[in-house]
Each structure stands twice: as C-alpha cells, then as structure tokens.
Design a protein around this ligand. Structure first.
Ligand code: PRT
Ligand code: MG
Length: 224
C-alpha cells in the first residue's frame, strides 16, 4: 500500500463495513466530493478506489472498524456506538455523531417471561449478547445480577431454546423480535454511528482530513 497520493500528499484510508453503514456513508462522502468507484456488494475487492486518487476505502467487519483505525491501518472510519462501547475507544478521536444507521440497544425476553418481577425479586438472569460490556454496565447500574453469555450473532435464538432468559441486542424496526415471539422490555440507549479518526492521523494529515470532516459534519446535520 502506498501512502502518498499522486501529488505527494498523504493518502487517506477510510474504513467502512458493507451494508447499512456503507450505504448511509455514501451521501456524506458525496458531500465531501468523494465518490466510491466500486460496489462492495458486487465486487470482492476489500480496498476500493474513489474518484479522488488520494482517498481509498477499506471494507471490514463492522466490529473491526475501530481496530483498523486505532492501529492506523485506516486513518478514519465509521462505526456504531454499540461497536465503539465494546471496543473501548482507545486511540480514537470521535468528533462527529453522523446520525446514520440509527437504532437502539434493548433488553428482550420471551413473550411469556415476566421480566419486571424477575428483576424485582432479585433473580439471577442469564443474558445472551454480543455486547457484553454494555450489558454488564447496564445491569450493574440497576443492581441486577446477571450471568452473561457471549454470542457472536443471532441473539434472538437464545431465549427460544433456553440458552438465556434475556438478550441484549440492537433493535431497529422490531420486526426480528416480533418474528421470533420476543418482547422488548427495556431500552438501554439510542444508537447511531460515529466518525472515528486515528489520533496520530488527525495531527499528521489534518490538512487533508479537515475539509472532509467539515463536509461530513454539515451533511450529517441535515440527517434526521
Ligand atoms: O452483520 P455483521 O455480523 O457483520 O455485523 P453487524 O451486525 O454489527 O453489522 P451491520 O452492518 O449489520 O450493522 C452495523 C451497525 O448498524 C451496527 O453496529 C449498529 O450500530 C447499526 N444498526 C442499525 C444495526 C441495526 N440498525 C439493526 N437492525 N445493526 C444491526 N441490526 C440488526 C438487529 O440486531 C436485528 O437482528 O438487524 C436485525 C433486524 O433489526 P429489526 O429490529 O429491524 O428487525
Ligand atoms: Mg448484521
């Protein structure tokens, strides 16, 4: 990978995940005059060119975005607050809430499970989740004892087969919970995606980064 663009200015590398974050970031990039030249849904390439020879896009797993940016393999990236809370945010500057990929982090249980009484009675709850840090903090702040069961996806299955009493997951329309006869019993927090910037890149590549950050900021203020 070369680190200098055609005019000898520093190359900027942006880390994105495919799907909703990629789709929702495209209009922000457009506002900064940047068009991605390949579609990650149809191309197998993991490094995408843009119309700006000084800017390239890495396609990584959503939960890996903070890691690439933290270590400087990408200069900046877009990641959900859910992902950032699990990562911890070390080495990352988080200047802008982009207000994209909005959803909420919630607790859900089987339709027949009386969550409020279980909590009131001080029962020990088994909670399955990908978001163990967020879940641990949430239940600790309520004084609820939990056994956390770490999963990597399809959390909705866990209560259905008796693996857990509850799940902590991100919810957007609620359709997936309903389809699996689960009920959202508590909202933990609202979630949206943030721009994250490598702290060293922010200093060393400020001149290149600043106009892009400003365009992102202006465009995201127009979002809902
Ligand atoms: O899919 P992968 O395992 O690679 O990782 P990921 O699920 O973390 O990535 P991705 O691209 O699906 O999500 C990226 C970011 O989008 C997340 O980190 C969130 O901040 C945000 N986001 C917004 C969501 C959703 N909405 C969402 N609905 N992330 C996941 N979902 C899931 C939800 O967990 C549920 O299982 O989509 C499913 C459908 O949701 P409903 O409520 O609309 O049915
Ligand atoms: Mg997903």
């Amino acid at each position: 990978m070369t680190f200098n663009g055609v005019h000898g200015e520093p190359q900027l590398i942006l880390a994105l995940s495919k799907g909703r974050i990629f789709e929702d970031t495209l209009p922000l990039l457009s506002a900064a005059g940047i068009e991605v030249l390949e579609n990650p849904e149809t191309s197998r390439k993991l490094i995408l060119s843009t119309n700006d020879p000084g800017v390239r896009v890495l396609i990584v797993r959503a939960s890996d975005v903070p890691t690439y940016v933290q270590h400087g393999a990408a200069d900046f990236g877009v990641a959900g607050k859910d992902v950032l809370l699990e990562h911890g945010g070390e080495g990352l500057y988080q200047p802008i809430d982009l207000r994209i990929a909005q959803c909420r982090m919630s607790v859900a249980v089987n339709a027949g499970f009386d969550y409020d009484s279980a909590v009131r009675q001080g029962a020990r709850l088994r909670v399955a989740t990908k978001f163990v840090n967020t879940a641990r903090e949430h239940f600790a702040s309520k004084g609820v004892h939990v056994d956390l069961i770490k999963l990597y996806g399809s959390m909705e299955l866990a209560p259905l087969v008796g693996l857990s009493d509850a799940i902590v997951d991100v919810v957007s329309t609620g359709g997936t919970l309903r389809a699996n006869n689960l009920v959202e019993v508590e909202k933990i927090m609202d979630i949206s995606s943030r721009l994250v910037v490598n702290q060293a890149a922010l200093k060393l590549k400020r001149e290149r980064l600043q106009p892009i950050l400003e365009a992102f900021e202006r465009a995201s203020q127009r979002q809902g």
